[in-house]
Design a protein around this ligand. Structure first.
Ligand SMILES: Nc1ncnc2c1ncn2[C@@H]1O[C@H](COP(=O)(O)OP(=O)(O)OP(=O)(O)O)[C@@H](O)[C@H]1O
Ligand SMILES: [Mg+2]
Length: 137
């Protein structure tokens, strides 16, 4: 997305090779920076990342949905700019396979996938608040 990024945003977009913490006010462009980082990774000329290898976790389903939607929109914009780029077009098809979900959904899927090595029953379920209350009494 062509935008006049602030200096701080640009630094966060360009940062590579380590952990990065972005802390900024509500509505200041954190998600926009995240989306731009993803687009740069997907379209990196040297070592591009495949969309189905992404893991983006957040706290709410609404936020996860918004991020997936915004990455999809930004990707469409990039594809429109580079219609001959087949690899980029492929990323749009792979995006539904990207893990963009709540932390709870990610952990639950991980445990479900590896229930056997964790010594859990295949039909384990997560306790709700009421059940946890009974168990803790
Ligand atoms: N440098 C910028 N110039 C112009 N508009 C910007 C810039 N950065 C972000 N925006 C716009 O500001 C709005 C809010 O951005 P965004 O949703 O990314 O913020 P956020 O920090 O993730 O918000 P929230 O705290 O609600 O999650 C969006 O419309 C985004 O496109
Ligand atoms: Mg946001």
């Amino acid at each position: 997305m062509a935008r006049n990024w602030t200096t701080g945003q640009q630094q966060a977009i360009d940062a590579r090779g380590g952990n990065l913490l972005v802390s900024a006010a509500a509505g200041s462009g954190k998600t926009a920076v995240l989306v731009e980082r993803v687009i740069r990774r997907l379209s990196d000329p040297q070592s591009p990342v495949s969309a189905d290898r992404l893991l983006i976790v957040t706290f709410t389903r609404a936020a996860a949905g918004e991020i997936r939607q915004r990455i999809g929109d930004a990707l469409s914009e990039e594809i429109a700019k580079r219609p001959g780029d087949r690899r980029l077009a492929e990323q749009q098809m792979l995006l539904p396979f990207a893990k963009i979900c709540t932390i709870d959904a990610f952990c639950s899927a991980l445990v479900r996938e590896h229930f056997e090595s964790l010594g859990l029953a295949p039909d384990f379920k997560t306790a709700d608040d009421g059940e946890l209350q009974i168990l803790s009494e």
